[in-house]
Design a protein around this ligand. Structure first.
Ligand code: ZN
Length: 391
């Protein structure tokens, strides 16, 4: 199974190297805008055509090395494609031209750049340079067994960062090798509530997140009221900052889950593709969007981190996860008191925190997945059709 991660490293160019990199980044950025203008006019998004129409110009006017000139076309067309999928550019509607404002450079492995221990070798407008970097985590990917992809060089406030996709071949965890199961309920009150094979529960509080989200929400409201161009710009900035902040939190949660559980762990999440469950948990409309996005982000981060650690993530049907009693199986909406965050079984009177109960149910659903299918079916038959089958 192939897993692609993005390694991020900071490179340390000397001041002369900085000048060279800046010139190359800027030429690439301007070249992207030039080609975007061409696509905007011609409405031609066939890579071969765009390449043929612009290649000579990119080489002479922007003095880009051959491979970079090819990459410009790819970068621009990828941006158009992204605008189309996100709905900004609908197939039949108007075309919005992407604006390349930030310094960036796409680098093809082996052609534009190579990476050795502590040395990043990169092509510039004036030939190859060797830039130092210090990053011990990168070393594990440089033993020749991993494939490095097209890297992105970006500069921010005078610092230079390299984002490198690394494709790693990992062994898939088979059901028969699962030794530990963790049910994970994602929510608002607790970002995650977990329940595992040792009967251990864990919670990550959502309190701080809640208040920070409220802060962002107020800020957004004020700016929306203002409605000026600068307010709109700030709105966008705030949105990006909020996303990055949430992504950081998810990264930490996923990392903790993966490192605190052994190899052979199967994490069980609710399948949130059908959104009913997410809406059940949140009332405010705009907050719901943020929450489901954050849940999806956590799921993705946990999935690839787990795969790298000999673990895996499975998703199960969320039906009745919060209404079913984990002790006696009695299912009733009234079992759960959402306001008090309390689960009380109407049948056996088992009581616990409602999110913990959801995690317990997810855990059990995960265990059921590991039981050979004929056993599960028999069990299912005896419950739902027992009365019919019995003479
Ligand atoms: Zn019960």
């Amino acid at each position: 199974m192939l897993v692609t991660i993005t390694a991020k490293i900071r490179i340390r160019p000397t001041s002369e190297q900085q000048a060279l990199l800046d010139a190359t980044l800027d030429a690439y950025r301007q070249a992207c805008n030039h080609v975007a203008q061409y696509v905007q006019k011609s409405h031609d998004t066939v890579q071969k055509n765009v390449h043929q129409a612009n290649y000579a110009m990119l080489r002479s006017d922007y003095r880009l090395p051959s491979q970079m000139a090819c990459s410009v076309t790819k970068t621009v067309l990828a941006k158009y494609k992204a605008l189309k999928t996100t709905g900004v550019n609908k197939p039949t509607g108007k075309w919005t031209r992407p604006d390349f404002r930030k310094p960036q450079l796409d680098l093809c492995y082996n052609r534009d750049y190579t990476l050795r221990k502590n040395v990043f070798s990169v092509n510039t407008l004036q030939g190859r340079i060797k830039v130092a970097y210090f990053d011990t985590t990168m070393e594990q990917y440089l033993n020749g067994t991993h494939k490095l992809g097209t890297a992105k060089l970006v500069s921010k406030h005078g610092k230079y960062f390299l984002h490198i996709p690394v494709t790693i071949d990992v062994a898939e965890l088979k059901d028969t090798n699962v030794t530990h199961v963790v049910g994970i309920d994602r929510g608002i009150n607790f970002l995650t509530a977990t329940y595992d094979s040792h009967g251990k529960s864990g919670f990550v509080s959502g309190k701080k997140i809640k208040s920070k989200r409220a802060h962002y929400k107020n800020l957004r409201k004020r700016l929306q009221k203002k409605g000026t161009a600068s307010a709109r710009r700030r709105l966008k900035k705030i949105g990006n900052r909020e996303n990055r902040w949430m992504q950081d939190i998810n990264h930490c949660i996923a990392k903790a889950l993966v490192t605190n559980n052994p190899q052979g762990t199967m994490f069980v999440l609710e399948d949130l593709t059908g959104i009913r469950n997410a809406t059940e948990k949140v009332r405010v409309r705009d907050r719901y969007v943020m929450v489901s996005w954050a849940h999806y982000d956590l799921e993705q981060k946990l999935t690839y981190k787990a795969q790298l650690h000999g673990q895996k993530v499975v998703k199960v049907d969320p039906a009745y996860t919060s209404q079913q009693c984990p002790k006696c199986g009695h299912t009733e909406r009234a079992n759960r008191n959402k306001r008090l965050h309390l689960f009380t079984c109407k049948n056996c009177h088992y009581r616990s925190n409602d999110d913990r109960v959801a995690a317990m149910n997810l855990y059990r659903k995960g265990i059921n997945m590991l039981v050979p299918s004929d056993t599960v079916e028999t069990e299912h038959d005896s419950v739902s059709q027992g009365a019919v089958n019995r003479p």
